[in-house]
Design a protein around this ligand. Structure first.
Ligand SMILES: *Cc1c(COP(=O)(O)O)cnc(C)c1O
Length: 384
């Protein structure tokens, strides 16, 4: 049986992995070394220098490629470093179309670093593929999207967007951090590049910061490998090991994350002190049909607005929570809560923020895998 024919729940454990040859270690050793001995100049056992490659990193890169149904994986020092490498495929004057409700760090990278180097970004509402098409010019080289979006939980139809790219000389890249490959695999839907902040669900234990890229096309992979080595934002061996370990339980964690996500979403939705809950698993969510079609389940990220609340009420509600930790980030086993207006999207002008629905009292939660009843008790106390 080849690794390629495995189902997802086996790929997380075995995909792209080989038994270590020295002693048969079941987990790949952490090759904590900067360099590798050469027999004669240029002749070595596959690794010459730790930036260009490291066996522990290779094990993670092969795992990433396997779980995303791609061929080539690359691991970086952070999710942002992975996005940075993708942007380096472009040249001054090239245009990028991106969804407008974007991870704050990606927005900052695009507008405060890459605009300076002559890339042009158009931030559009991607709920309708037609809107995206209207923004394509002969300079458009990349469509960048995130789905579900942060923090409004909109769902973008990946297939409808990748269809636009067919017969045009442009790439489609999907930031798959929020969904994880357990829920959706963008390469299967026609995307050219899938990117991850492995810091979140892939690592899954809030103990490391890592990024990843997976592609199918060899020429594109070679360009990205060149950038990875030339720009150097690689993932270290210890961090590679931690994410590899995390991926082995991804499917089990995600199943529980989704179960808990549903319980919490439904609890909040019927609560008299809650005005609005954003979660793609509700049948009246505007993108429910797309979510059902392109995702295996609806995930454990959700946002809500307490009734008749302002900035301070929302902060007071958050402060009363004890099982939900107030922190940036998401996707770990522990539940986290955030306040987008002051945290993840604090750098966005208020009018821009309100336009996409990020009101002052919006609260975002990443539902962990604790007992759902304990999480409800915590929320009930905070809402009262
Ligand atoms: C966290 C995150 C990133 C950035 O990843 P880092 O690992 O923090 O650099 C990018 N996109 C999304 C959707 C994220 O949640």
């Amino acid at each position: 049986m080849t690794n390629k024919s495995l189902k997802f729940n086996s790929k997380t454990i075995h995909g792209g992995q080989q038994l270590e040859k020295g002693y048969g270690a079941v987990m790949p050793p952490i090759y904590q070394t900067s360099t590798f001995a050469q027999i004669t100049p240029g002749e070595h056992k596959g690794y010459a220098y730790g930036r260009s490659g490291n066996p522990t990193r290779t094990a993670l890169e092969n795992s990433l490629a396997s779980i995303e149904n791609g061929k080539f994986g690359m691991a970086f020092g952070s999710g942002i470093a992975a996005i940075d490498a993708i942007m380096k495929l472009l040249s001054p004057g090239d245009e990028v179309i991106s969804n407008n409700d974007l991870y704050g760090g990606s927005y900052r990278l695009f507008t405060q670093i890459y605009e300076k180097y002559g890339l042009v970004f158009r931030f559009v509402d991607m709920n309708n593929a037609k809107t995206v098409e209207e923004h394509i010019t002969n300079k458009t080289k990349l469509i960048w999207l995130e789905t579900p979006t942060n923090p409004m939980l909109n769902i973008i139809d990946i297939k409808a967007i990748t269809k636009l790219a067919a017969n045009r000389n442009l790439l489609v890249a999907v930031d798959n951090t929020f969904a994880s490959p357990y829920l959706q695999r963008p390469l299967d839907l026609g995307a050219d590049i899938v990117m991850h902040s492995a810091t979140k669900y892939l690592g899954g234990h809030s103990d490391t910061v890592v990024g990843g890229i997976v592609v199918k096309d060899e020429e594109l992979a070679n360009k990205l490998y060149f950038i990875q080595n030339a720009s150097g934002a690689i993932c270290g061996p210890m961090d590679s090991f931690l994410v590899l370990r995390g991926i082995k339980t991804l499917h089990v964690r995600m199943q529980r994350h989704c179960e808990n996500g549903r319980v919490i979403a439904e609890y909040l939705n019927q609560h008299p002190k809650v005005d609005k809950v954003y979660w793609p698993g509700f049948e009246d969510h505007p993108n429910y049909a797309i979510a059902k079609k392109q995702m295996k389940d609806f995930g454990a990220m959700l946002s809500f607005v307490p009734k008749a609340s302002n900035y301070n009420d929302a902060l007071n509600c958050i402060k009363k929570l004890s099982l939900f930790t107030l922190a940036e980030s998401l996707g770990g086993v522990e539940s986290l809560v955030g306040h987008p207006a002051s945290m993840s999207h604090g750098g966005m002008p208020r009018e821009e923020r309100l336009k996409i629905g990020i009101v002052d009292s919006l609260i975002r939660i990443s539902v962990g895998i604790e007992d759902a009843q304990d999480l409800i008790k915590d929320l009930e106390y905070a809402l009262q």
